[in-house]
Design a protein around this ligand. Structure first.
Ligand code: SF4
Length: 426
């Protein structure tokens, strides 16, 4: 694998080589369809057509319920019993649904056919459907496909699958450039763009772009920087194009953001004094924003159930910047290479787990009796009923949390449940 390794300051090797408890069993996580909720807001002329069941439709609609009053940019083509009887009918029906959609919505320039458990079970070949429909509707509309099925993906892997599907269609350009990978809120993207400009790093592009015709070019001169830790397939596809990863922690908290921006700037040969001058105002604001939260959170213990793959960078932020004690850090998948800098920043002997056997993990959680549990919606209510204070992990994906200006908001997400619990107790 190609990677430019930028040295970062670490006091210890942390958990770089720590053993990981690997568990396989019943899991409590959303499927990859959930990614549509933030991706449809990001790519403004894209449409996500889930090819699935009524369950899939309910999941996406309830997760993105706020869209009810707007013209939505997602929908579900329902596979019913008639389609299950014959694939030929399912393909013809899908073509009809797409034709009707594109006729009614000429603003759509990029259409994703999103696979689900039902489309996989009946072996509907969505890549063939996408290429057939692309031929029919080109050049106005490009049709791509990826899987968001619960059989293949958890939660944030839907974004990875979506971005990986974009890579083959990116323009090739071997000139030096930086591409930031991962959907970020527009406000966060704009902040980072300003910081890269202030450091003299460029040209900088973001994947996904905000419009179908605004995607970055990628080639041998491209250095890419992951903004999210769950993009293994996208990274692989970019490297097959000749792009090189800049190794860095993730931009959560003041320290993560600083190391992430530093890594990019050093890869572009920016002198340290220029980097420091560009970053110091943001660093100071972020540090100031964390003070009040640290007073509440320092010394409190936290148990993170596996959910979004953000757990390890979050645990690093909670321990290094807020002084929290890590009871266990679970993650659905552990990509050791992409998380090497994060693991090195975790306290030694942190209990790490990968995958899930939910009953055993609940037992460990009860045994640890943490002050705060970060978990999915399905576990939060039962744990609250048992007297635990919980934080819904999904909020960490839906809320802008990256960068200096968001460091205080990120800490507040963990402080709020403890404050609420204290008020109720009072
Ligand atoms: Fe459920 Fe599978 Fe549809 Fe996801 S893709 S909502 S797991 S049926």
């Amino acid at each position: 694998m190609n990677a430019v390794s930028i040295p970062i300051r670490t006091e210890t090797a942390g958990c770089a080589d720590a053993p990981v408890l690997r568990e396989r069993g019943q899991r409590e996580v959303f499927c990859g369809l959930t990614g549509i909720v933030w991706l449809h807001r990001k790519i403004q002329d894209a449409f996500f057509l889930v090819v699935g069941s009524r369950t899939c439709a309910h999941l996406v609609q309830s997760a993105a319920g706020v869209m009810i009053f707007a013209e939505p940019r997602f929908a579900t083509a329902i596979i019913d019993e008639r389609d299950l009887a014959g694939l030929a009918d399912a393909n013809a029906e899908l073509d009809r649904v797409v034709a009707r959609l594109l006729e009614r919505r000429p603003d759509i320039r990029l259409l994703f056919l999103v696979g689900s458990c039902p489309s996989e079970v009946i072996k509907l070949d969505l890549s063939r459907a996408a290429s057939r429909l692309s031929d029919r509707f080109a050049p106005h509309v490009r049709v791509l496909n990826y899987s968001g099925s619960g059989i293949e993906t958890t939660f944030t892997q839907g974004e990875d699958a979506c971005l990986a599907s974009l890579v083959p269609g990116l323009r090739r350009d071997d000139a030096p450039s930086l591409v930031v990978i991962g959907a970020l809120a527009d406000v966060v993207e704009d902040q980072f763009a300003r910081l890269f400009a202030a450091m003299g790093v460029g040209p900088v592009r973001f994947l996904p772009g905000r419009r179908a015709d605004d995607m970055p070019a990628v080639g041998r001169g491209t250095r890419y920087l992951l903004a999210q830790p769950f993009l293994a397939d996208t990274a692989k596809a970019l490297e097959e194009r000749g792009a090189t990863r800049i190794a860095a922690p993730f931009p959560l908290g003041e320290q993560g953001t600083t190391a992430w921006l530093h890594a990019a700037a050093r890869a572009f040969g920016v002198p340290t004094d220029r980097i420091d001058a560009a970053l110091s105002p943001g660093r100071a604001r972020a540090q100031a924003a964390l003070v009040a939260h640290r007073e509440l959170l320092a010394g409190r213990s936290v148990f993170l159930f596996p959910d979004s793959q953000l757990e390890i960078p979050l645990a690093r932020f909670l321990s290094r910047e807020l002084g929290m004690v890590l009871a266990e850090v679970g993650t659905p998948y552990l990509h050791r290479q992409h998380l090497a800098e994060e693991l090195a920043w975790l306290p030694q002997n942190t209990r790490l787990s990968e995958g899930q056997h939910v009953e055993r993990q609940l037992d460990r959680c009860r045994g640890a009796a943490p002050d705060l549990v970060v978990c999915g919606l399905g576990l939060a209510n039962p744990l609250e009923a048992e007297g635990f204070t919980t934080k819904w992990a999904i909020e960490l994906v839906f809320t802008p949390i990256q960068g200096y200006e968001q460091a205080g908001d990120l800490a507040a997400l963990f402080a709020r449940p403890l404050r609420r619990r204290a008020l109720l107790a009072a």
